[in-house]
Design a binder for this molecule. Structure first.
Ligand code: KIV
Length: 283
């Protein structure tokens, strides 16, 4: 079983092989994703809302991201592990960007980091790469920028907005990213970007013509409630199954039906007899 590297991901585009990535946040899920042969696991900053219950991704800290990246790395024997640089871990200075990207590799044992943004972040992205840390770019709807965008909307719908995203993709390619996530952009733009850059594009809400696709594990397993964005496909609806299992557990405990002796440990009869004898003697 050969470990997937950033080079493997890069070469998949040349072979015409699609890249499959899943965003996940813990050891046991990483083991399952790895076992299913998925190419890459992104420890997304969506950790913030999906797992930690924050209302958006802005509050998640480096320490929280590292904690979960460590867990995922322990489970991913084959898949490439990518740590997502959280809000304000790279924006303020090049030093912050290098130091925090380094933490993902050194402490989290990730093999690459993902950074949101184009032109305005390019110097930081270049500095991270020049420090020997592979970077996955992220363009289109970049959730850390939602206050500036005025919400979570599809990006790149006008000629000038689409042109800016295409230019950003080319800039990212020039500074050496090994792949680019395209989030919530029209499929026509994603197709054009995919044709114009040599590194793989990995789409989420960007249509079928990207070089790869990424979904959040809770979305694809149907664990994120009844309302999911248009681009999500739920491959199973575990929400209902989990809720039913919990209700069954509650009912059986309340009714004294669980546990039975089948779920209990047995003491040898002779030992029990001795114990009772001694107990009686002492009383
Ligand atoms: O944080 C995340 O899960 C992501 C993916 C949606 C690409 O950035």
């Amino acid at each position: 079983m050969e470990k997937i590297t950033t080079k493997t991901i890069r070469e998949m585009k040349d072979r015409g092989e699609r890249v499959v990535m899943v965003a996940a946040y813990d050891y046991s899920t990483a083991c399952m994703i790895d076992g299913a042969g998925v190419d890459a696991i992104l420890v997304g900053d969506s950790l913030a809302n999906v797992v930690l219950g924050y209302k958006d991704t802005l509050s998640v800290t480096m320490d929280e991201m590292i904690h979960h990246t460590k867990a995922v790395s322990r489970g991913a024997k084959r898949a490439l592990v990518v740590g997502d640089m959280p809000f304000m871990s790279y924006q303020a200075s090049t030093e912050d960007a290098i130091r925090n990207a380094g933490r993902f590799l050194k402490e989290g044992r990730a093999e690459a980091v993902k950074v949101e943004g184009g032109r305005s972040m390019i110097k930081k992205i270049e500095a991270i790469i020049q420090s020997g840390i592979p970077v996955m770019g992220h363009l289109g709807l970049t959730p850390q920028w939602f206050h500036q965008f005025g919400g979570f909307r599809v990006r790149g719908k006008t000629k000038s907005a689409a042109h800016a995203i295409l230019k950003d993709a080319q800039r990212l390619e020039r500074v050496g990213v090994f792949s680019i996530v395209l989030e919530c952009v029209p499929w026509q733009l994603a197709k054009l970007v995919t044709e114009k850059v040599e590194v793989p594009t990995i789409g989420i809400g960007a249509g079928p013509y990207c070089d790869g696709q990424v979904l959040v594990i809770h979305d694809l397993l149907g664990l994120s409630g009844p309302h999911v964005p248009k681009f999500v496909k739920r491959y199973v609806k575990l929400d209902d199954t989990v809720t039913k299992a919990l209700a069954d557990f509650k009912r059986e405990v309340k009714a004294g039906k669980f546990p039975t002796l089948k779920h209990s440990y047995d003491m040898p009869r002779e030992e029990m007899r001795k114990l009772l004898r001694e107990f009686r003697r002492r009383r």
